[in-house]
Design a protein around this ligand. Structure first.
Ligand SMILES: Nc1nc2c(ncn2[C@@H]2O[C@H](COP(=O)(O)OP(=O)(O)OP(=O)(O)O)[C@@H](O)[C@H]2O)c(=O)[nH]1
Ligand SMILES: [Zn+2]
Length: 341
């Protein structure tokens, strides 16, 4: 028997019928799900009655979700309910269109119920505090706790100032420098990986995610967790596990969607990441200040006396603009009936 608590399940007061049990989604392949439940791993589909009542794309189960299912020991189990999410990452699905021409923007959840977002950024010449700040905005919005992991510390002997720069992005932010090459800092990251804890990684390709995961797991976990399947023509294929359990008992969610996250209704999260700027704006003399030339503008004053850097102000404006763009698209598309999958 599998104890779902080992997979982060917190039993709530939801009394279930005898044949309905909780499970966690570990893979999503179009309409087919793979889930872990008390009886081990099962294949599952959405039950017709559940599917019929789905209105939004975000209500479809995603990797990491807890669900209720009717267990079937000899065939596909049926998912009957999606349990409330404590955190989630959504991707703006532009229906395959270039953003400028997209007619519909749909929210698609790509990972759910994670405790930490590991924001990965390399300490070498790619280091970019603005990018980290963008990821922070998304992390706060997800509902989980961000931890910034600065990789390849062996390539950058002098990284203290970079750590300070990142710490200045937000209050109480944990920032860890690591090297998968030398092992420096890896133990600090491992402290987060307690049994039942789920983490996701955000970061550009090549920052060293796989190397770190392999170092943490002390084995080729990415390979170990690949499973072999036979496709419908009997050909041999491998698929990549989307929720991976480490030896420590912690879990990592890694889905294709995680790699292309867009900003989703980010105003509130931007407010958290740029609280200082929003405070300044509140103090501008005119409530509709454009922060370009008005007298009594606190932004202009802060830029002039150097308490606010041009770079940070520009980064704030860029994020606002992006969030605005998505919102406009969303408003337009919600007037029409949303197309679901
Ligand atoms: N010097 C040094 N190189 C590293 C370190 N970690 C990773 N690398 C190198 O950086 C390159 C990319 O590392 P990966 O772990 O594959 O990066 P990734 O983020 O998983 O990349 P994707 O699979 O494309 O998402 C590889 O050539 C690694 O050998 C490190 O701590 N120090
Ligand atoms: Zn102003």
């Amino acid at each position: 028997m599998v104890d779902l608590k080992d997979y982060g399940f917190k039993a709530v007061d939801s009394k279930t019928a005898d044949d309905i049990i909780p499970a966690r989604i570990i893979e999503v392949h179009r309409e087919l799900y793979k889930a872990i439940c008390a009886h081990g791993e099962v294949s599952a589909k959405l039950k017709g009655s559940f599917l019929k009542n789905l209105n939004n794309r975000e209500d479809y189960p995603a990797v990491g979700d807890f669900v209720h299912l009717i267990y079937n020991p000899i065939g596909e189990s049926k998912i009957v309910k999606l349990l409330p999410r404590k955190s989630k990452f959504s991707r703006t699905d532009l229906s395959g269109h270039n953003p400028r021409h997209a007619k519909t923007v749909l929210e698609q959840v790509v990972a759910a119920n994670f405790d930490y977002v590991f924001i990965m950024s390399s300490l070498n010449q790619d280091f970019n505090a603005n990018r980290i700040s963008r990821y922070l905005t998304q992390a706060y919005q997800s509902g989980a706790t961000p931890v910034v992991i600065l990789t390849k510390s062996d390539l950058c002997p002098d990284y203290e100032d970079k750590i300070e720069k990142v710490k200045a992005l937000s209050n109480d932010l944990d920032v860890i420098a690591v090297s998968s090459q030398t092992g420096a800092g890896v133990a600090e990251v491992a402290k987060y990986l307690c049994p039942g804890i789920t983490v996701v990684f955000l970061g550009m390709s090549g920052v060293g995610k796989s190397s770190l995961v392999n170092t943490l797991a002390n084995e080729e976990i990415m390979l170990v967790n690949d499973i072999r399947l036979y496709d419908d023509r009997g050909r041999h294929t491998t698929t990549h596990r989307q929720l991976v359990k480490l030896n420590s008992g912690a879990m990592i969610i890694d889905t294709p969607g995680m790699r292309e996250l867009g900003l989703w209704d980010a105003d509130e999260a931007i407010g958290e990441a740029f609280a200082d700027i929003e405070e300044l704006i509140c103090d501008c003399r005119f409530s509709n200040c454009s922060h370009k030339s008005e007298p009594g503008c606190q932004i202009l004053l802060a830029l002039e006396n150097g308490t606010l850097s041009q770079k940070r102000w520009k980064s704030y404006l860029t994020q606002k603009k992006e969030a605005e763009f998505v919102k406009t698209k969303l408003k337009k598309s919600s007037k029409k009936k949303s197309r679901i999958i």
